[in-house]
Design a protein around this ligand. Structure first.
Ligand code: ARG
Length: 266
């Protein structure tokens, strides 16, 4: 069965506030037509490997196109985000309504618990484990909450570099238990958000990849598909941020021997 992924066409996408370092000075530089064609290309590429569901972009909430931040989904439960910044809080009811309509059991964190969905919560692909980034957007207390609500072991990881403010900007679990990540997150690949990848089967869709990263991935049986997403980098996001996986089973076959970082700090 094809994976299901949620996306949101950037009809009202703009950079009009600064809530991460990538957005600084980008306010007037964004080209909406180019953003739209970049998003269309990503949509087309993802659609080759997955069924894409769409949510309408609500006016006044420019970052809503980054559906990774809508929620974390496991089986039929969707834990909706509670954004740290008020600039994004207005997205919450739209996402909650979409998941409710789509038949998910919707869980909302209490008002004082920041949690930014699959931007900071990434399910491992080989064991029942949820990697959770905290320190910038998501509260460390979200770990217990997610453990209870999703019935999965949570491994919290502290983020320290403000440029890598969401876990998915520097860490990506791949099929078979591989982890694509940058411990120091200063490398060129990290700065082009190569870790902000969409992995579907043996395909890894990303904004950019160095030759050495493409080789490392291909040596482990992955194919890279590049889709330039420069206009979304102006808001601090790329391929993974623009998608949300909707079918996450509770049980996956454990393959403990294949855990190996693909890319460590060079
Ligand atoms: N401008 C958005 C923010 O700072 C970008 C979100 C990117 N999403 C992600 N999952 N990393 O919240």
């Amino acid at each position: 069965m094809k994976p299901r992924i949620l996306m949101c066409r950037p009809e009202h996408f703009e950079v009009r506030y600064v809530i991460n370092p990538w957005m600084e000075g980008e306010e007037s530089r964004l080209r909406p037509d180019l953003a739209d064609s970049q998003w269309q290309a990503l949509h087309e590429t993802v659609s080759q490997h997955a069924d894409v569901a769409l949510i309408e972009h609500a006016q006044g909430w420019p970052d809503m196109t980054f559906t990774a931040n809508a929620a974390i989904v496991r089986e039929n439960t969707a834990v909706i985000s509670r954004f740290r910044h008020r600039e994004r809080r207005g997205e919450e009811p739209y996402f909650a309504a979409w998941f409710d309509n789509a038949g998910f059991d919707v869980v909302t964190p209490t008002w004082d618990l920041s949690f930014e969905g699959a931007g900071d919560a990434l399910l491992d692909r080989a064991s029942p484990l949820l990697w959770m980034g905290y320190g910038h957007r998501t509260d460390t207390r979200a770990a217990d909450f997610l453990e209870d609500e999703l019935n999965v072991e949570v491994e919290p990881l502290k983020l320290i570099d403000p440029r890598f403010y969401h876990l998915d900007t520097c860490f990506c679990p791949l099929e078979d238990g591989y982890l694509l990540y940058y411990p120091l997150a200063f490398d060129r690949d990290a700065l082009s958000f190569a870790c902000n990848a969409v992995n579907i089967g043996d395909v890894v869709i990303l904004n950019a990849a160095s030759i050495s990263l493409s080789r490392a991935l291909s040596a482990r049986g992955f194919r890279t598909q590049r889709v330039p997403l420069g206009e979304f980098m102006r808001a601090g996001g790329a391929a993974k941020c623009l998608t949300l996986r909707l079918d996450e089973p509770a049980e996956i076959a454990t393959q403990p021997d294949c855990r190996m970082p693909i890319a460590e700090a060079a």
